[in-house]
Every structure is written in structure tokens, then in C-alpha cells.
Design a binder for this molecule. Structure first.
Ligand code: DX5
Length: 228
């Protein structure tokens, strides 16, 4: 079974001090960094290109994953790998041939993953679990941070965990959730089977600081995590 991991989203940081924020997240004890890549078409927002990610790569040894909220994930996949991302997460909704896209990413020497929008059924990933090391169940509509956690996603989280367990892939495939994750919502997500928790605004608005925020979410998730 994969361990509980905390992955901050870089989306809410003050971009005028992006490098310092990456160092502060590292010091706060997170396990990896998630870059929310948006193309202004798949989602109505525009964020990080590979050069921005590459500019911070040397600041930390933490793994980088790129959450590609983009219409054509294969088009720039190699650029995000060159920028230092070791996992690329594509949206099932953006892929006409999901297996081919995942095989293309795996051939770049990194791991691939699939994200599911709230309206997309878990069955969309049923036949690609052998290719990935992570399934991301979105608990908000993609595009912006600071949204409310969609609690009705918990049965879908549990369904994906069940699919991973029935395929005997609990030691290979992570289940990640992203959107509205805080110390108040993480228990439900972890109880449903999520082991990687992506948080953005909840980390940065904790008055006791990043380290406290990371510890609180990790402790709550660990206490609640249930694998089937
Ligand atoms: C949505 C983004 C957000 C972000 C986390 O596209 O993926 O979910 O990472 O934002 P918070 O934690 O502020 O909801």
C-alpha cells in the first residue's frame, strides 16, 4: 500500500517569489510539488509553462508532478519532462486515445497518471490502471484554487480505490485528490481511499504557517486513511 503523501499545489503562491515559495514548501515537509498547468482552453485559466518549472528545479530535491489541464497533453509532454517533472497527469477528458497518450508519456522515462473531472465516471480509467502510477479524482472543477470541496466525489474515490485493489495494484498505483482539501475535508477523502492529498489555499492560509498546515493535514489523513 502506498503511503500518505502531501502534495502542495503551487497555484496559490505569490508568483513574485516563486522560488522562495518552493524552498518554503520543501522546508514545511511536503512530499512532492504539484504544478497546475493550464492552457486557457481545457480550463479558463493560463499558468505555468515548462521554463517556469525548470527555473525552480534546482531549488529542491522533491519530485515534481505536472497536472496537465490542457487540451493536447502529448504536444508538450517532453518539455515538462525536460523541465524536471517525474510524473505527468493527463485528463481523461482531453485524450481521444488515453492508452496511447499514457504509453507515450511512459516512453519518456517518467510515470503517467490520469485525472478525472467531477462529471467523469471512474470507469474511464478501468482499462489503463496497468499503465499508470496514479489516478487523480478531482474534488473541484479544474481551473482555479480556493473552491469548495465536492463531498459527493467520495463514492467515486472509494470506487477508484476498489478498482485499484481488485486489480491488485495498491502497491503500484496511488489515488490522489485535488481541490478544496483542508484539515476539515481531508478525512472524508482519505477514509474513501485517497493516499495523496493535493492542497493549495488551505496550506497558505494557516495562521500557524506552512509546517503546521502540512502536519495537520497529514495527521488527519493518516488517521482516516482506509484501503479496501
Ligand atoms: C484546480 C486546481 C486546484 C489546486 C488546489 O484546477 O488543481 O484544485 O490545485 O486548490 P485548493 O487547494 O485551493 O482548492
Amino acid at each position: 500500500m502506498k503511503p500518505i503523501q502531501i502534495a502542495p499545489s503551487v497555484l496559490p503562491v505569490d508568483f513574485s517569489r516563486l522560488g522562495d515559495a518552493i524552498c518554503e514548501l520543501d522546508s514545511a515537509g511536503v512530499d512532492l510539488i504539484q504544478w497546475d498547468v493550464m492552457d486557457g482552453q481545457f480550463v479558463p485559466n493560463l499558468t505555468f509553462g515548462p521554463d517556469i518549472i525548470a527555473s525552480t528545479r534546482a531549488l529542491t530535491k522533491l519530485p515534481f508532478e505536472a497536472h496537465l489541464m490542457v487540451l493536447t497533453p502529448e504536444a508538450m509532454a517532453s518539455r515538462y519532462v525536460e523541465a524536471g517533472c517525474s510524473r505527468l497527469i493527463v485528463h481523461a477528458e482531453a485524450c481521444s486515445n488515453l492508452r496511447h497518450t499514457l504509453e507515450t508519456i511512459n516512453a519518456l522515462g517518467v510515470t503517467s497518471a490520469v485525472a478525472l473531472n467531477p462529471e467523469t465516471d471512474a470507469s474511464a480509467v478501468a482499462d489503463v490502471l496497468d499503465l499508470v502510477d496514479l489516478i487523480l479524482v478531482m474534488t473541484v472543477r479544474p481551473g482555479f484554487g480556493g473552491q469548495k470541496y465536492i463531498q459527493t466525489m467520495e463514492p467515486k474515490i472509494a470506487q477508484v480505490r476498489k478498482m485499484i485493489s481488485e486489480a491488485k495494484l495498491d502497491d503500484k498505483v496511488n489515488l490522489e485528490v485535488d481541490g478544496g482539501i483542508s484539515v476539515d475535508t481531508v478525512a472524508g477523502a482519505a477514509k474513501s481511499g485517497a493516499n495523496i492529498l493535493v492542497a493549495g489555499s488551505a496550506l497558505f492560509k494557516d495562521p500557524k504557517g506552512l509546517t503546521h498546515a502540512v502536519q495537520q493535514i497529514r495527521q488527519t489523513a493518516t488517521a482516516s486513511f482506509v484501503a479496501n
